[in-house]
Design a protein around this ligand. Sequence first.
Ligand code: NAI
Length: 258
Amino acid sequence: SRTYVVTGSASGIGAATASILRSRGDKVIGIDLKDAEVVADLSTPEGRTAAATQASELAGGVVDAVIACAGISAPISKTMAINYFGVTELLTQLLPALRASESPRAAVVSSMASLQQNSPELVAAALSGDEAAALALGDALAAEGPQMGYLNYPSSKRALSRWVRRAAVSSDWAGSGIPLNAVAPGTVITPMTAELLATPESAAMVDKHVPMPLNSHQPPESIAHALIWLTSPENTHMAGQTIYVDGGADATLRGDDV
Ligand code: NAI
């Protein structure tokens, strides 16, 4: 059995992932705002450090895999704080515990939204590692209203997918023998999308942006199984990829443009 750290373990994709892992006998150390082994707020530097420290302690210093699911999609800069810095900083802080494992792996949840219109300036600020600058840009967008504020979400996921691509081949990850990858879901049936999918009109709007010709809206387990394979010992050579598990949304929207 392996020891997994799963963020966002109290709901949706993280909860489904934790549940599958536990049912097959693996140890799961969940991190979430509540109902988790480690209760911590990944939107702040202090919260990330507390989460990494406590999770490493509970794991006895050896973490076999990290699966980062925690995220929000609100039109505010906190979305960038959680979805980008809450993932990249936590993963970096857990590197020592991962390196202590015989077959360490990490996977994060990006999104189809990483392909949507975003703010290139905000993406660059995040990738530069300057959280204060990124949050200031995110706040400025939010001040222009919810439509501009929403750019925090696709920008956070674009930055995250790009960070995965860069970090995965660095000495920290590939150099330490740790496969690092991302899964990009389409529209998953979780509390995050409950309101959007509540009426036929709003669901139709969602489907216009995220067309899913294969089996339509997806259960969180469809993402969990991909995350679990990416973080299994069987994954020896996949690095830096964003895998679209999205009912065909990426293939529909990008078509031949890859
Ligand atoms: P969810 O809302 O069901 O679960 C997210 C979990 O993250 C919650 O338990 C929440 O408490 C936790 N979380 C939020 N902020 C946190 C913080 N500051 N510190 C610690 N934990 C925090 O959402 P869902 O749908 O399971 O989303 C999981 C991931 O999947 C997110 O990163 C989301 O962006 C991504 N995603 C979801 C899609 C969907 O259609 N539901 C589509 C594409 C991506």
